[in-house]
Design a binder for this molecule. Structure first.
Ligand code: URA
Length: 230
């Protein structure tokens, strides 16, 4: 949010006072004096007025988890084990999942408390491909690739899926890259051909690749370089 809006939302300042505070260079964001009313205040920013802390700011956190089968991509669930149960971190309920996976889908799952970062990773507009390894019940025909590239109509959402790329690896296994994350999207795409998905594993999301050193259920923090890539 803009710093002028952030300050005016505090009960103690009106708009005129906010303007004056900025002009007088009394406001600092992350240690830097700001006078531009458009300067951005994020939930992680430390905001100070003279020596008084108006918002302490929290460190952003980013994790990559190798999601195993048999757990839900939710932060709470009354019945099942959740992906958060696999994390041994303080305040883990402040994290959210960037791109859920189904109960039996395995692979790369990203958890973070940084909403604008995770939106860049998951929004179809940024066109970051999510790559899945897929095994199916029936043979995968050559016509699949063209149909997926054209897009499939999903009546429930009344939309046509964005072009997806299929690489056939064997009679019943393939790699599929999609830029969206519609509900059960991969299973529904193969379902169009009445072909059931038996195994689904997310290998990468844009430039983020599942670390091969992570066994199912293990996780690690993202490196600074990985965070910068998004
Ligand atoms: N598509 C699916 O159908 N399931 C997933 O878990 C991910 C993508």
């Amino acid at each position: 949010m803009r710093v002028d809006r952030f300050l005016s939302n505090l009960p103690r300042f009106n708009r005129q006072q906010v303007r004056l505070l900025l002009v007088a260079k009394r406001i600092r964001i992350d240690g830097q004096v700001v006078s531009d009313p458009h300067a951005e205040v994020r939930e992680f920013s430390r905001v100070e007025l003279d020596d008084e802390v108006l918002q302490a700011g929290k460190p952003p956190r980013y994790f990559m988890l190798h999601k195993p089968m048999g757990c839900v991509s939710a932060t709470r669930d009354p019945e099942h084990r959740t992906v958060l149960d696999l994390l041994d971190e303080p305040d883990k309920h402040e994290l959210h999942i960037a791109g859920r996976l189904d109960y039996n889908t395995t692979g790369l799952l990203i958890l973070t408390n940084d909403g604008s970062w995770s939106r860049r990773l998951t929004q179809p507009q940024t066109k970051l491909p999510k790559r899945y390894y897929v095994e199916t019940e029936q043979d995968i025909g050559p016509e699949y690739a063209e149909t997926f590239a054209r897009g499939l109509y999903f009546a429930f959402e009344d939309l046509t899926t964005l072009p997806a790329e299929l690489q056939i690896l064997g009679p019943r296994c393939a790699r599929l890259s999609i830029v969206e994350g519609r509900y059960h999207q991969v299973k529904r795409m193969f379902g169009h051909f009445d072909n059931k998905v038996l195994r689904l594993h997310r290998e990468r999301m844009g430039p983020l690749v599942l670390d091969e050193n992570l066994a199912p259920g293990e996780y690690r923090s993202l490196t600074d370089e990985e965070i910068r890539l998004i």
